[in-house]
Design a protein around this ligand. Structure first.
Ligand code: PLP
Length: 501
């Protein structure tokens, strides 16, 4: 580093004496000098009207070229921090508002009596509470697919194929509702695999189901509207609804799914009901046909909408999957939401929603104002992945793998956790709700499990009101056999730790 010349005898004013210009820094010297002088002006150590040394003297004393000082002064003058008086040199501008500069100087010191800058809105504060914090995914994280089993070779070939020589249409920005061939592929997949009634016109490509929930809340909810949510239920839905200004009405879930009768007595005039009928999250119940029809009937009579979250319906291990609720809707009331987070990998951040004809324009407008359109990068590859049958094939392979893993988990529970938990086989999904036998507090066990590097959240955390049952959500799909067995031993340790308190 260059050393400065004789500092004491130099023209270097006090505000620059601590300045260490670093010639090896990637930040050019003139920028370093500019920042130092600007900071000194803003924090008040260089007062309004102060005359700066001439550029020649300063350059000598800082041991830099005169051009460096000239460039810094030019920038400061252009931005209004300095003003030049011909023949007299450069001065700190007199017009800078003194009070603003003092506030800035004191702000760093958190002076007593000064107001802090404003915080988030009440809605923002509510959202902080709702978002909570989730640990990084680890052993047994619910809903985590087996990432190592994904055909990345094939996926990277598809990505490269579409981007080696991309058409201009990929580069200039896409359509608000998504890449047309992907919308067509998704519409075909949903018609055949889920009996969803749609054409590509109804399909919107989104960045994961979470964005679909957010868009639905923006389009369908006015501040103060009531929305039924499942109790217990998925926190992501609640967050999206609160962000949209909705009042949440938790409606109990029984063995047939969300209780429509309870919803009708709690809030008959709700604007929206949110359900996960294929595999209720988190309890895993499949909504009965009778309940589905009741729900649609209520929606018609109440002039309300139903939001169907079909987040993991592909994983059904016994019996035939029940078709989507949307396929029963003759009235244009169901908004259908799905995702490839569970059938491919969550980092892809792609999902889809199907909206009735009369809402397409509103969703298009809101989409434009939200993030313009989905990123182009992965959409063409995903369209081909679906069209060529790779998605269906991958799902078939994962269904077999996950059924095996569920059986291994249940077997390990029988061997290692006998008398401590009840773990029953489930016909569908990616997690089990394991009940704790000794009446232990599920939050205490979940946090003791975290110390064992296990992410098995407490069921009671999914209730808005007082929980009427407890347990742990254990995701078995993303965990290889050896890790399942080790994880079960970790769970045993966590349960014993809490039982011994
Ligand atoms: C019930 C439920 N709905 C929706 C989602 C959101 O999925 P995405 O990753 O597509 O936003 C999840 C993800 O965990 C979920 O569990």
């Amino acid at each position: 580093m260059r050393s400065r010349r004789d500092m004491t005898a130099s023209s270097i004013p006090a505000y620059l004496r601590t300045l260490a210009l670093a010639p090896e820094s990637p930040v050019p010297m003139h920028r370093q000098l500019y920042f130092a002088i600007r900071e000194a002006i803003l924090d008040g150590s260089l007062k309004r009207g102060t005359r700066l040394p001439s550029t020649r003297t300063l350059a000598q004393d800082l041991d830099v070229s005169r051009n460096t000082v000239l460039a810094a002064f030019e920038q400061l003058t252009a931005e209004g921090y300095l003003e030049g008086v011909i023949g007299s040199g450069s001065f700190v501008t007199l017009r800078l508002p003194e009070e603003a500069l003092q506030v800035r100087a004191e702000h760093g010191a958190h002076t007593k009596g000064k107001a802090r800058p404003p915080g988030p809105s009440r809605r923002g504060a509510d959202l902080i509470k709702m978002a909570g914090s989730r640990p990084r995914p680890t052993t047994f994280s619910p809903g985590m697919p087996e990432l190592a089993a994904f055909p990345f070779e094939l996926w990277s070939r598809l990505l490269a194929k579409h981007w080696r020589d991309p058409p201009a249409s990929f580069l200039v920005g896409g359509e608000a509702l998504g890449f047309r061939p992907l919308r067509e592929a998704v519409a075909f997949y949903l018609r055949t695999a889920r009996a969803v009634r749609c054409t590509f016109n109804n399909v919107i490509i989104v960045s994961g189901a979470q964005q679909a929930l957010d868009l639905a809340a923006r389009v369908l909810i006015d501040p103060g509207d009531k929305a039924w949510v499942e109790e217990p239920g998925y926190p992501g839905i609640r967050g999206a609804l609160v962000a949209g200004g909705a009042g949440l009405v938790p409606v109990p879930v029984d063995e047939e799914g969300l209780s429509v009768a309870a919803g009708q007595s709690l809030a008959p005039d709700a604007r929206l009901a949110c359900v996960s009928p294929s595999h209720q999250y988190p309890l895993g119940i499949t909504m009965s046909l009778k309940r589905r029809l009741e729900l649609l009937e209520w929606a018609s009579a109440a002039d309300a909408f139903v939001l169907e979250d079909d987040y993991d319906s592909e994983y059904r291990y016994a019996g035939r999957p029940l078709a989507a609720l949307q396929g029963l809707d003759a009235d244009g009331r169901v908004i259908y939401v799905g995702s490839v987070s569970k059938v491919m990998f969550p980092g892809l951040r792609l999902g889809y929603m199907v909206v009735p004809d009369h809402l397409i324009d509103a969703f298009t407008a809101v989409r434009r104002l939200t993030d313009t359109h989905p990123p182009m990068l992965a959409q063409p590859a995903l369209a081909e992945f679906i069209e060529a049958g790779h998605l269906v094939q991958h799902i078939r392979r994962m269904r077999k793998l996950y059924a095996e893993r569920q059986a291994i988990f249940i077997d390990a529970c029988r061997q290692e956790l006998d008398g401590l938990v009840v773990a029953r086989p489930a016909e569908a999904g990616m997690h089990l709700v394991v009940t704790l036998s000794q009446g232990l507090d599920d939050r205490a066990v979940a946090s003791a499990a975290q110390a064992e590097n296990i992410d098995a959240p407490a069921l009671s955390g999914y209730f808005l009101g007082p929980p009427n049952r407890q347990g742990l959500l254990v995701g078995y799909t993303g965990v290889p056999e050896a890790t399942i067995r080790r994880g079960v031993l970790g769970l045993r340790q966590a349960i014993r730790t809490v039982a011994a308190r």
